[in-house]
Design a protein around this ligand. Structure first.
Ligand code: CIR
Length: 252
């Protein structure tokens, strides 16, 4: 059974980190409605959804993906690059306690949004949030589980690796045109998200179902043609805090 861990939207969400202040402030009620649509889509895709209550002291806690990397029965609890987010991890570690846990420690920093597993490879973006010590520790933890870690440089100004790509199962990815060279993903089929729809390169696939941001018709068409059943979810509020779709869950 596929599991999805999600964390609710706190009333403090309007204080979440963002590179630039949004034109309109975050509407918490709308954010919660959109989060419910996201959870419903995960459930409709066959995932067993576990809901963690939000922590008001952690405005970014809805972006649970950044707090753990889970694969092959192992959960690496991260040390998020943004100091204000580090208090998010203990509740996630507790929720994942049934798995083997490895906790990253100073000087390592790593955000789950920089980690994309495709088959037996975890690609990791070197970013302002994820440093060399974090990547090395991740590599060491997962090597014991037969997974290899491959580090990638990100284009300038990109928050996380998965802002420009996301996995579609074990042998395919979505990749935003003009972001990273497809050659970096040796042996993996790439579905190219057209320029102008970069945000839609972040999607959550389970089997032949995929959650995709609602407003991107060209990407919808590409995914439908590739055989996916689409679950279109609105993202206006998470986007105001530099969030998207994968960041709202840990799927394992
Ligand atoms: C942050 O800046 O950390 C949050 N406001 C957004 C995190 C988005 N996470 C993700 O894409 N994995």
């Amino acid at each position: 059974m596929i599991r999805a861990l999600v964390r609710g939207v706190p009333a403090s969400f309007p204080r979440a980190l963002s590179a630039t202040a949004p034109a309109e402030p975050i509407d918490v009620a709308v954010a919660r409605t959109q989060h419910a649509a996201y959870r419903d889509a995960l459930a409709a895709m066959g995932a067993r959804v576990t809901f963690l209550v939000p922590d008001e002291a952690c405005p970014d806690c809805v972006f649970i993906e950044d707090t753990a990397v889970v694969a092959a029965g192992l959960a690496v609890i991260t040390r998020p690059g943004a100091e204000s987010r580090r208090a998010e991890t203990p509740a996630v570690a507790t929720a994942l306690a049934e798995l083997d846990l490895v906790k990253l420690a100073d000087p390592a920093t790593l955000d789950g949004g920089d980690c994309m597993r495709v088959g037996a490879t975890i690609y990791v973006g070197r970013s302002a949030r994820t440093n060399a010590a974090g990547i090395a520790a991740l590599g060491e933890a997962f090597a014991r589980r037969g997974l290899r870690v491959v580090a990638l440089d990100l284009p300038p100004g990109i928050l996380h690796l998965k802002c420009v790509c996301s996995p579609l199962g074990d042998d395919r990815i979505l990749l935003a045109e003009g972001s990273l060279s497809p050659e970096r993903f040796d042996g993996i089929e790439v579905i190219t998200v057209p320029a102008g729809e970069t945000y839609a390169a972040n999607a959550v696939a389970i089997g032949d179902h995929v959650i995709v941001a609602a407003e991107y018709p060209r990407t919808h068409e590409l995914l439908a043609r590739a055989g996916f059943t689409l679950h279109r979810v609105p993202t206006s509020e998470v986007r105001k805090a530099d969030g998207s779709l994968t960041c709202q869950s840990i799927v394992f």
